[in-house]
Design a protein around this ligand. Structure first.
Ligand code: ZN
Length: 690
């Protein structure tokens, strides 16, 4: 085994890297510092963590209407089967289940393509028979084995009906894109008529400038007469069985809240789960974003809209965190200067905020990951997502320090840099400054980037539609890239010197042009918003600033030693030995390029210029050069690394006294991936979930 990175944990060896299968690598993260929390804080964390784990099945159902039934079937076989568990077919079955667990469903968590099992239907039926289990209905088997059925969870391909071609369960089967769009246009119109009005797609009234998050917490379906209606996710509605458990633990957390303000946040969230009212949801997010004093914080609910091709319906996620005091001083230094950054950004004055408000930035440690943050997690989070709430009350921004630390530890010396970075000097630059600059890039992206700029009055915040997420991520990334190279970073003691930023510039573009392609299947386009954004920025710069960056092919001596006969044959083509590398010729000019693109992207966002957004994204963000793609995949395969990573949660042990009061909570790192998944399915399962 390669790269076994470990540190001493008491008597035990702590391994950041855990299981590896398919394109996935499981990591573990540590919750160091948990032991220094007060008992009250520990109990608070624990109840909130329970609330975060209880939402798991909601996400599974949101990701596809067959997911829970399939999981139940596969787990039954996995735990019951007493026959040969070492043969190739069973190992394939096991890998399939592990992939399904990882994705919270039968589609790839990132690419959203359906997995093809490496075993046959006959084999599964044989296992089921030998376990004495009931034979499932054929429709369920078809969903697993028939490639043409539900091939994609989120389809973003232009020109197709995005709902009819997406397997996600946010819209009942048969609801078309045109119907759904008309339904929510009508909701917006009615809202405007009762509170203000919309003219030519633009909100004219101040009240109407504070739109609700229409559609975010419901499934759109048909009633008995065939009319469209929303099935709202709430205690007495859809997903009620899970939501009631979430509410129970939120209620139990309230007495341990760190302040009255935080208690009010939790009470309001409970009220939202009980009523499903979007007004209450806005109120909850407003209270939540203003509660910045507490050390323990959490997210729990319907949050991100990446899983809905129309970008309206929010997937369920939950996590709990506590403050990393030391690292937070870093981001505070930055966010204190929010106004300076806004004033000095290269965007047009009309699109700037005159007053930057409430940009809070913390480095935190995750204590538990749940729902759409588990096992694959973000490392930086900026919420809430409602535009007017952000503009009026600011947003909370976090970098999850213990997750980035686990990534860093696991990536050390795995050969990736040596393969893809152009020369030794650049490698050394990245070794030296890569980590500190990447953390900083995340901070800038989350704390300042997403919070910067303003939408012109009257512009519909959803004007960019399917391109909105990509443009928004590009905006935050460009903001971070542009300022990373500013003298201010050295003045604030955030970067050690005025060339450290080059490490991030290089790796960012290398990723956008080359290495992120390892996450794409041959022949596919780029779909995910963050990836599209990175591709957009990198290819735009490559096209418009040839004096700053170039793609160079360097012929490398074929490494014949140890190569198989076929390998030698394939290498003879001459072209095969050529490798593409990013060359940065002029870092200062590159910074200018980032500034120019930032100004344009901000204009597109501020004016709601849908056409320009579409052109930029489609031209630079979506397509993949097939030859380069093949080459990158080949080079990457030779390194034998997993392109996707996710985390195993710690397990919390609760100690109680004779009266049943909690006297301590301790994290353990002793569960395997399969043990944890099976335990979650046992302990946090809502049969059928309705
Ligand atoms: Zn972002």
């Amino acid at each position: 085994m390669k790269n076994k990175e470990s540190v001493l944990e008491g008597q035990h060896i702590f391994k950041y890297q855990d299981e590896r299968f398919a394109d996935l690598q499981l990591l573990r993260y540590r919750v160091d510092g948990f032991e220094t929390l007060s008992l009250r804080q520990k109990i608070l964390v624990w109840h909130l963590a329970e609330a975060a784990l209880w939402g798991r099945d909601i996400l599974w159902d949101q990701n596809g209407r067959y997911n829970l039934r399939i999981r139940h079937l596969l787990e039954g076989v996995y735990t019951e089967y007493k026959g040969d568990r070492r043969c190739e077919e069973f190992l394939q079955f096991e890998t399939y289940l592990k992939r399904v667990w990882f994705s919270n469903g039968i589609h790839h968590h990132y690419a959203t393509d359906k997995f093809q099992p490496g075993f046959t239907q006959q084999y599964l039926l044989k296992l089921i028979g030998e376990c004495g289990m009931e034979v499932p209905e054929q429709d369920l088997l078809d969903v697993i084995f028939c490639p043409a059925l539900y091939p994609k969870r989120v389809n973003q391909a232009k020109g197709e009906d995005l709902l009819l071609t997406s397997a996600c369960n946010y819209y009942a089967e048969g609801v078309t894109q045109a119907e759904a769009e008309a339904f929510y246009e009508e909701q917006k119109k009615q809202f405007a008529e009762s509170n203000g009005h919309i003219e030519g797609g633009k909100v004219k009234d101040r009240t109407a400038e504070k739109p609700l998050m229409f559609g975010m917490n419901s499934q759109l379906k048909r009633d008995a007469e065939g009319r469209l209606m929303e099935d709202v996710w709430k205690a007495q509605g859809m997903y009620g069985s899970a939501i009631c458990h979430i509410i129970e633990h939120l209620r139990k957390a309230i007495p341990y809240a760190e302040s009255e303000k935080q208690a009010e946040v939790i009470r309001t969230l409970v009220e939202f789960y009980e009523t499903g009212s979007l007004d209450t949801f806005d109120l909850y997010t407003i209270l939540w974003v203003q509660d910045t004093e507490c050390e323990v914080d959490f997210t729990n609910g319907f949050t991100e809209v990446y899983g809905d091709p129309l970008g309206l319906k929010a997937s369920w996620e939950g996590y709990v965190n506590f403050l990393d005091r030391e690292a937070t001083q870093r981001t505070e230094r930055m966010s204190r200067e929010a106004q300076w950054f806004e004033d000095n950004s290269p965007v047009d004055k009309r699109f700037k905020k005159t007053e930057c408000r409430g940009v809070t930035a913390k480095v935190i440690k995750a204590a538990i990951l749940g729902g759409d943050l588990y096992p694959s997690s973000a490392i930086g989070i900026n919420l809430p997502n409602s535009n007017w709430v952000r503009e009026t009350y600011g947003s909370k921004s976090v970098t999850i320090g213990n997750l980035t630390h686990a990534y860093d530890e696991a990536a050390r010396g795995n050969g990736f840099r040596e393969e893809f970075v152009i020369d030794e000097a650049t490698c050394q630059l990245i070794d030296k400054y890569g980590n500190v600059c990447d953390d900083l890039h995340t901070d800038l992206h989350e704390c300042l980037g997403h919070g910067s700029g303003r939408i012109l009055p009257g512009v519909d915040p959803d004007a960019l539609k399917a391109y909105g997420s990509t443009i928004e991520e590009a905006r935050a990334d460009l903001f971070a890239l542009y300022f990373l190279a500013n003298k201010k970073m050295v003045e604030l003691n955030l970067t050690p010197n005025d060339e450290a930023y080059k490490a991030s510039y290089y790796t960012y573009l290398m990723n956008g042009l080359l290495t992120q392609l390892v996450r794409i299947e041959p022949g596919n386009n780029i779909e995910e918003a963050h990836m599209r954004n990175r591709s957009l920025i990198a290819h735009w710069v490559l096209k418009h600033y040839p004096d700053a960056v170039a793609l160079r092919t360097i012929e490398k001596e074929p490494e014949h030693a140890g190569m198989s006969a076929e390998g030698l044959e394939a290498d003879k083509g001459g072209k095969k030995a050529e490798k593409h590398y990013l060359e940065v010729k002029d870092y200062e000019l590159l910074r200018k390029a980032f500034g120019e693109l930032l100004a344009e992207i901000q204009r597109i966002k501020s004016e709601g210029d849908y056409k320009a957004a579409m052109e930029l994204v489609e031209k630079y963000g979506v397509k993949v050069d097939n030859d380069i793609h093949q080459e990158i995949l080949k080079r990457y395969r030779a390194l034998d690394l997993a392109p996707y990573k996710g985390f195993i949660n710690p397990r919390y042990e609760v100690k109680r006294d004779a009266e049943g009061n909690i006297v301590d909570v301790t994290p353990h790192y002793d569960e395997t991936y399969a043990q944890q998944m099976l335990r979650y399915s046992r302990e946090y399962s809502c049969e059928g979930l309705k």
